[in-house]
Write a protein that binds this ligand. Structure first.
Ligand code: SAH
Ligand code: SF4
Ligand code: F3S
Length: 440
């Protein structure tokens, strides 16, 4: 029997990890103002979609989903439906008018949610889409489902203005949380039993709190508990300082994994993208990282078919991938976003050519990931267990501090335990092995 009379709120999250962290902030705000978070959509009085605008496809998915959810309103006329996140910020009142949702709230206005929901429950549409130069939700306690891994946004917004990217327009200007408040939140996470924290920001290494930079923050968080695994994402190559590299190298509990989006291997395209580095500078950075952090893993983001990209320039991306030998990559077809500078260049690479380039990029990366993973066979790696394997209850699964998924037979371990696993087989996506010692 459910004795909770509070209104139930359900939030579905799309897009990047920052949106996952924002959903926990939204639920934190709503929980405090008397709503009860639920994970069952059919039980909900309020359904919110926390959305992404980064590519057209991301938005199409939301439009479809909204269609389905609004059908449920036919049986449940009092259901409140809202759009949060980047699409709310981009499409604004259009969503109220054209999609007839009840509320539209952008990433910097979540404090207004209780008030806007009161209105919506009384039948009034509401909107909050102002961007802020200061909002960091520093004082809000996120509503986290218990587990071993936590996301924690330490900065918001982006000032880089890569020409293809909508994020600076949907998330506004860069701003950071206070170092002391981040450290206090991490202390609480440790007390609650979390074993891993990932510090988040669109450009997490441009973090700044007066005299403290991101390396200082990372060191302070790592010092909270030497058994806590600490990772971070995303890094822009321009802001990855020597101090940061040395900080990562100097502490065992800082993950030896850097996501360092390159986007393209061609200097001309990088210039047109306003990425602020050259191929040479990027490769130099990779060499420096590898010389100072042993066994570091690197991943990247790549865009295929940026406007005006030639076949030769595409081949430069392939050759850069061969040179770096990334452990993994997120690979996308260019998607024009209205309002960005690249939008004005048109979208002159045909769908067919884009698809062809993307598939070359994907197959090359699969081969590289496979080859890189073969080199782990016979080695012993430390794995933090995060649950049973997706494919079988008889297998456990976990991750190395280089972000590789490792699958091994069940034993008397629980989530959060760290075990040593000897690798005997590897695919492009997963390592397999047997436990040799448990560390706790
Ligand atoms: N702040 C992060 C990236 C955020 S968006 C960074 O700079 O690294 C995640 C990725 O989506 C980007 O790295 C880029 O590869 C991709 N992306 C962004 N805009 C895109 C667009 N218009 N078309 C295709 N991919 C895009
Ligand atoms: Fe977008 Fe570039 Fe900012 Fe990343 S750094 S969020 S790709 S503008
Ligand atoms: Fe998408 Fe917004 Fe994140 S556009 S990638 S949800 S910052």
């Amino acid at each position: 029997m459910d004795n909770d009379n509070r209104l139930k709120i359900y939030v579905e999250t799309y897009g990047c990890q920052m949106n996952l962290a924002d959903t926990e902030i939204v639920l934190g705000i709503m929980n405090k103002s008397g709503y009860s978070p639920t994970q069952i959509i059919d039980d909900a009085d309020v359904v919110l979609l926390n959305t992404c605008s980064v590519r057209e496809h991301a938005e199409e998915k939301i439009h479809q989903r909204l269609g389905i959810i609004k059908k449920q309103k036919l049986n449940k006329p009092n259901l409140v439906v809202g759009v949060l996140g980047c699409m709310a910020e981009r499409l604004r009142a259009n969503l109220l008018e054209k999609r007839k949702v009840d509320i539209v709230v952008g990433p910097d206005e979540y404090r207004k949610l209780p008030e806007l929901l009161d209105g919506a429950l009384a039948g009034t549409q509401g909107i909050g889409v102002r961007l802020s130069r200061t909002e960091t939700y520093d004082d809000i306690t996120p509503f986290r489902t218990e587990g071993i891994s936590a996301w924690l946004s330490v900065m918001r917004g982006c000032d880089k203005f890569c020409t293809f990217c909508i994020v600076p327009f949907t998330r506004g200007r860069e701003r950071s949380r206070k170092l002391g408040s981040v450290v206090r939140e991490v202390e609480q996470l440790v007390e609650k039993g979390f074993r891993e924290v990932t510090l988040l920001g669109q450009n997490v290494n441009s973090y700044r709190d007066e005299k403290y930079d991101f390396a200082d923050l990372l060191a302070a968080v790592a010092n909270v508990d030497t058994r806590l695994r600490v990772g971070f994402t995303t890094s822009h190559p321009q802001d990855l300082s020597d101090k940061l590299i040395d900080t990562i190298a100097s502490r065992d509990n800082l993950c030896k994994y850097i996501h360092l989006p390159v986007q393209s291997g061609s200097d001309r395209v990088l210039g047109a993208m306003n990425r602020t580095y050259t191929r040479g500078h990027y490769l130099g950075l990779v060499r420096k990282i590898r010389s100072r952090i042993s066994n570091v893993a690197l991943s990247t983001d790549i865009i295929a078919g940026f406007p005006t990209e030639t076949d030769d320039e595409h081949k430069e991306t392939l050759s850069l991938m061969e040179e770096v030998r990334y452990d993994g990559a997120y690979m996308f077809k260019y998607s024009p976003r209205e309002g960005t500078p690249a939008y004005k260049l048109g979208d002159d690479i045909s769908e067919e050519v884009k698809a062809g380039r993307l598939s070359e990029i994907i197959s090359l990366q699969q081969r590289i990931s496979y080859d890189v993973n073969q080199t782990t066979i016979g080695k012993v790696v430390e794995v933090m267990i995060d649950g049973t394997s997706k494919k079988s209850d008889l297998q456990l699964s976990g991750r190395t501090d280089t972000n590789k998924t490792v699958v091994f037979p069940v034993g008397s371990y629980k989530s959060g335990d760290v075990v040593k696993v000897k690798i005997d087989k590897a695919t492009s996506a997963t390592l397999f092995g047997e436990v040799v010692t448990s560390l706790n």
